[in-house]
Design a protein. Structure first.
Length: 361
């Protein structure tokens, strides 16, 4: 009978052989990705990223997973593998609301993987501009937080931008207190973006009533400032703590445990139907009694579910508003197209912002 040491040695040797085979297969996959890139170049194809194909692969990985590793883990692993393989064809240039270490940065990595050319921008409008002028292939911007609501600047940009929404991702937001101090009572100032400060209001009142709360342009900038000051702390994510080498003094500061932010992926392409899609539109109806009801009636008539409605000033006249709506379904679906045709008839402005797969946490 084999001893414990002999059995461990046998199992480890088997793992080594499997690792070598895995590496060979990964290399073969990368070589095929390179070959696909050459075919695309030879045919003059400009867009190397095929999100429908990527979604198909990720879905197959989860469905075919025999265990014991979780499907969620394999999905993340395969996303990074595909990201690296795509970079062999042509790295994607992705603009996002920076700097490095922001939650938008983390959302960008979650959606595209880490093998992209990241372009951190100082504002949401700069993200739009970089994609519009072709300096970036895609952009990632925050659009809604489950605690604080819609990001108005993102919505307002679509009033004039020609870009489409071609994807979305959800990020569970866990706020941490980053600080060089080792005791909460020694903290005199807390820096962060206004959104996290609002999302941690009750925690701050309870645990740091003596501290001054100071708004920063981003969570990452807050960390940079706090690193230079004595008795200063910053509210940011774990990624920022690791990136800037700032110790975490307290975790999970958010007042709402399910605090989640939704991000939109901006681009110049339209997504094909997947069967699990949503469509975002903006519309402005005539300023008459019952105008909003008439605008929404076609959705009920065609049996469509509206998952979001938000109003914003149109900036085209006093008390004139536009409505942003999320509808279940794809704009190429016959029932959705029929409803939109009727909505256009009672709108002075009607714009489909994009159809894209519904995101999951």
């Amino acid at each position: 009978m084999a001893t414990r040491e002999e059995e461990l040695a046998r199992l480890r040797s088997a793992i080594d052989e499997i690792d070598e085979e895995v590496l060979r297969l990964i290399s073969r996959r990368a070589q095929h990705a390179q070959a696909i890139g050459e075919v695309k170049k030879s045919t003059g194809q400009l867009s190397f990223w095929n999100p429908e194909r990527e979604a198909e692969v990720l879905q197959r990985v989860e469905t075919s997973n025999p265990g014991p590793l979780s499907g969620k883990f394999l999905r993340r692993w395969y996303l990074e593998l595909m990201s690296a393989c795509l970079a062999l064809e042509k790295p994607l240039r992705v603009a996002y609301l920076g700097p490095e270490g922001t939650y938008t940065h983390v959302a960008m990595l979650k959606y595209f993987g880490s093998s992209v050319e990241p372009l951190p921008e100082v504002s949401i409008s700069e993200v739009f501009r970089k994609v519009e002028c072709g300096e970036a292939d895609f952009g990632v911007v925050p659009v809604e937080n489950s605690t604080e609501g819609m990001i108005s600047h993102t919505l307002d940009m679509f009033l004039s931008s020609p870009l489409s929404i071609c994807g979305e991702t959800l990020l569970r937001i866990n706020h941490h207190l980053l600080c060089k101090e080792t005791k909460l009572e020694n903290v005199a100032r807390v820096y962060s973006h206004p959104q996290p400060l609002a999302q941690c209001r009750r925690w701050l009142e309870r645990h740091l009533p003596q501290a001054e709360c100071v708004a920063a342009s981003s969570n990452a900038e807050a960390v940079r400032v706090a690193l230079k000051e004595e008795r200063a702390a910053a509210i940011a994510g774990k990624h920022a703590a690791e990136l800037y080498g700032m110790p975490i003094l307290a975790s999970h500061l958010e007042d709402e445990p399910n605090n989640t932010t939704r991000f939109w992926v901006l681009g110049n392409q339209q997504r094909k139907p997947t069967g699990q899609d949503k469509t975002s539109i903006l519309s402005s109806s005539l300023d008459k009694p019952g105008a909003l009801v008439r605008l929404l009636e076609p959705l009920a008539k065609h049996g469509l579910s509206m998952t979001k409605i938000e109003s914003r000033p149109s900036k085209r006249g006093l008390w004139n508003y536009v409505f942003f709506l999320d509808i279940e379904g794809h704009m190429e679906d016959a029932v959705v197209a029929g409803a939109f045709e009727e909505m256009r008839k009672v709108s002075i402005l009607f714009k489909v912002l994009g159809s894209y797969p519904r995101a999951q946490l």
